[in-house]
Design a protein around this ligand. Structure first.
Ligand SMILES: [Zn+2]
Length: 291
C-alpha cells in the first residue's frame, strides 16, 4: 500500500512541471499528450485546463483556474460534507412499480456506475458536530431523475426530521421526473411538497441547489426551503432555455437560469463555494439553535 502510494507521489512530482508547461501552452493543445498518463490528470470541463487529479480531489473537485464546480456523486458529496460516522437510511426502499422496457437494465447500470442504489441517498449524521438529516441526489444516477423510490425516501426523511426535531438538508441535482415511471414520478412532487408543508411549521429545511437542478425537482422540494443555497454557476430552472425561447419567441439573457442570476432575482439566498459550504451550513444551523 505504502509502496504504491510512494510510486504515485513520485509520478506526480515528475509530471507536475510538465503539467504546468502544458497549461501555459494550452491554447495550442486540445487533447492530453501521450507522455502524461491520463490517470494522473483531469481536464476542467469549463476552461479545459489540465489539473492534477489528486489536487482536484483535494480541492473538492473545483477547478483552481476558473472555479468551475465539478459534479460530485452522492457518495463523494457525503464524504466531502459529513463528519465521520453517518448512517444510511431507507436502503430498503427500492421498489420498481412499473415494467417499462429496459428500465431494470438502466437501473442496474446506474447502480454500477455510481455505487449508489438510487438517485438519492439519505443519511443521519453530523455536520461540524451538529445532528442533521441529509439527502443527497446523484446526477450520475439516471441524471438524478426522481422516481417513486427517490420521492419515497425524501418524504420519509422529511417525516423523520419532523419526528426527531432535526434540521433537514437536501442537496438537489436532477434532470427532472423519471420518465420510465410516467405519472408515478409526477406524484412525487405533490408527496414531497405536502410532507414539507407539515415539517416547515416546526423545523428548519435548507436546500443546496447544485448543477443541474431542473424539472420536477426544481418545481417541488428544491424550491420550498426556508434557506436556499446554490453552488456557483449551477444551472437551476424548470424547462430548458431553448424550449422557453422557442415557446415565447424571445431571446433570454445569457446568464438566465444560473445561480448568480437567480441570486440577483431573489430566488436563492446565497451562493457558497464548495470549500466553504460545510462551515456555512453549520453556522446557519447554530444560528437556529441546533446543536
Ligand atoms: Zn477550469
Amino acid at each position: 500500500m505504502q509502496d504504491s502510494f510512494n510510486k504515485r507521489k513520485e509520478k506526480i512530482l515528475e509530471f507536475n512541471t510538465a503539467l504546468e508547461e502544458l497549461n501555459l501552452r494550452k491554447r495550442y493543445e486540445t487533447t492530453i499528450p501521450k507522455e502524461i498518463p491520463d490517470d494522473l490528470i483531469v481536464k476542467c470541463p469549463k476552461c479545459t485546463k489540465f489539473i492534477l487529479k489528486d489536487n482536484y480531489i483535494l480541492d473538492h473537485k473545483v477547478c483552481p483556474y476558473c472555479n468551475h464546480h465539478g459534479r460530485l456523486t452522492a457518495k463523494e458529496r457525503l464524504i466531502d460534507l459529513m463528519d465521520m460516522g453517518y448512517t444510511f437510511l431507507f436502503s430498503n426502499v427500492k421498489e420498481n412499480y412499473l415494467d417499462f422496457p429496459e428500465y431494470e437494465d438502466k437501473l442496474n447500470k446506474a447502480k454500477k456506475d455510481t455505487d449508489a442504489d438510487e438517485s438519492v441517498l439519505c443519511v443521519k449524521g453530523k455536520i461540524d458536530g451538529i445532528n442533521v438529516l441529509v439527502g443527497v441526489m446523484d446526477s450520475f444516477f439516471m441524471m438524478g431523475s426522481m422516481g417513486s423510490v427517490c420521492g419515497e425516501r425524501i418524504t420519509r426523511l422529511i417525516e423523520k426530521a419532523e419526528k426527531e426535531k432535526l434540521p433537514l438538508i437536501l442537496f438537489t441535482c436532477s434532470g427532472g421526473a423519471r420518465m420510465q415511471e410516467g405519472v408515478i414520478s409526477l406524484f412525487q412532487m405533490a408527496k414531497t411538497s405536502q410532507a414539507l408543508a407539515r415539517f416547515k411549521k416546526s423545523g428548519l429545511y435548507i436546500a443546496v441547489l447544485t448543477d443541474p437542478t431542473t424539472g420536477g425537482v426544481s418545481a417541488s422540494f428544491a424550491s420550498l426551503a426556508d434557506i436556499t443555497i446554490a453552488e456557483p454557476n449551477a444551472l437551476i430552472g424548470f424547462a430548458g432555455k431553448r424550449v422557453i425561447e422557442k415557446t415565447i419567441k424571445e431571446t433570454l439573457p445569457k446568464e438566465f437560469q444560473t445561480a448568480e442570476f437567480l441570486l440577483e432575482k431573489g430566488y436563492i439566498d446565497m451562493i457558497s463555494d464548495r470549500k466553504d459550504l460545510k462551515k456555512n451550513l453549520s453556522t446557519i444551523l447554530r444560528l437556529h439553535n441546533y446543536k
